[in-house]
Design a protein around this ligand. Sequence first.
Ligand code: ATP
Ligand code: MG
Length: 596
Amino acid sequence: MTARVQYLSSSLFTTLREAPADAETSSHRLLLRAGYVRRAAAGIFSWLPLGKRVLDNVARVVREEMDAIGGQEVLLPALLPREPFDVSGRHGEYGELLFRLKDRKGGDYLLGPTHEEIFTQLVKDQCTSYRDLPLILYQVQTKYRDEARPRSGVLRGREFQMKDSYSFDTDEEGLAAAYRLHREAYIRIFERLGLDHRIVSAVSGAMGGSASEEFLAPAAAGEDTFAHCPACGYAANTEAVTVPVEPRGPGLAHPPAEVLDTPDTPTIDALAARLGVAPSATLKNLLVRVDGEITAVGVPGDREVDLGKLAEHLAPASVEVVTAEDFAGRPDLVRGYIGPQGRAGTAFRYLADPRVAPGTAWITGANERDRHARNVVCGRDFEVDRYLDVAVVEPGDPCPSCGEGLCLDRAIEIGHIFRLGRRFTDIFRVDVLGREGKPVRVTMGSYGIGISRAVAALAEQTADERGLCWPREVAPADVHIVAAGRAVQTELARDIAERLGAAGLGVLVDDRAEASPGVKFADADLIGVPTILVVGRGAAAGRVELKDRRTGTREELDIDSAIARLTGRPARLEPGGEFEEHLAVRAAAGGEVAQP
Ligand code: ATP
Ligand code: MG
């Protein structure tokens, strides 16, 4: 961080006692209250001076680590022509997420949600030979997505900052190396930022498991759920958890299927209660439209269908739950009494969870009002067109890797690394001349980090009941000086600030004349700079107080010792480093510790 002294008396700075009622997450409330961001419109934010510094600090760490793996920084436009997105098909696929606009001549444009198309075109234009590769290009840029529910502040903006990078290689080994470099760089980035994170596989087996991994920051406010196994360390986005399936016999041992009268049992609970069976003995058949076509999805009755997982499996096809109108035109589809067997078997495609294995017997709808069928055997009475992992993962479900019970936790997705392969280079026909003189199709990776989201994720993970509490690497300043008193204290505070600033530290000085010491102390805690220096009553005797924001430990010293303490070390003190250890030792000793 460059040395700076910022005086609150002359800064664009106001704290709020209460956050607006519509601020739903604690990071959003605190960033608003502490004067880091202001809302301009739903999901669109202005970054005020303190917030801008944290944002820049996150971006600086990301840039340093991207540079360290040989990434070259570029800046592509955010306002993009529609044409490349038509070529890739994503103009349509993105649906309502895309901000589309027209220029004065009626030409079609969009605000970039991510930049695979544009980088692919750039490399096609610029690179002709294998000697031009490998390449890692990155940018830190504003992205636009018209998110459906932008209610958690900068965690999910409609305008947000992303670091996106793209690797270009001529062979699989090159792509694997670029992927590994990114994975390692991301680990270093999140460690330096002080973000607790987990790496989880993001897509299921179909793409080879390691094709895509997400970096998740565990936090209650997270919109993602991930499963992890305490026994073997397996971790995956719940959408990527695969269900181990036990092979079953052909099911000949089951008695023949039989239809039962079950009046008023359109729900699993009503059915299970009437028949006196566990919901897991029944088969739940959810009707959806896949690209418009009616499709049934079968899961055991005690399970829910994970629509996100289903959409992921079927992408780019659209998946919608059926509506009352869909039933109106289809007397063969009896709402609440659907079954995959018999005549209805031809009425819709049947997708099923692997638990609906060949040889398993079920109680399911008989395709007639108020009637169900039992001993309906998979493979004998109905066929499954395609097996998909579509059930919501529950805590205690077996770990796909060791079989022990899984745990589920909430998290924020802060990064995503993806082996794209030739998906985009095939579409845009990106070839370079290979070593043997023949054209070689380029292979690609794409890698994102949510810069603005990381600020909020850090706030979520580190804040306490008094306010924000930044790790040193990202804090808006190294030291927050509180002038708790009259002119003398304010003069002295400014003097200390200049000395610390000259020594290379970032300093925030609360020299506001109108604010009481109580307000200033509360604001210092709310703002969350790691070290607070109080110039108070002891000032006349040349003494000040150092307070560690995180641990709350305090120490009174004379001014020169305090300055030496803060400047005698690198401007960025490591979290848990010497100074904090010193304070911790003092706290443990319950008294004064000898000056170093
Ligand atoms: P999500 O599932 O949260 O919508 P995504 O899968 O759409 O994320 P990517 O397209 O992989 O995200 O984008 C790369 C990174 O950009 C994400 O890992 C995340 O950190 C960040 N990001 C994505 N959408 C937003 C947003 N609306 N606001 C802030 N950051 C975002
Ligand atoms: Mg998204």
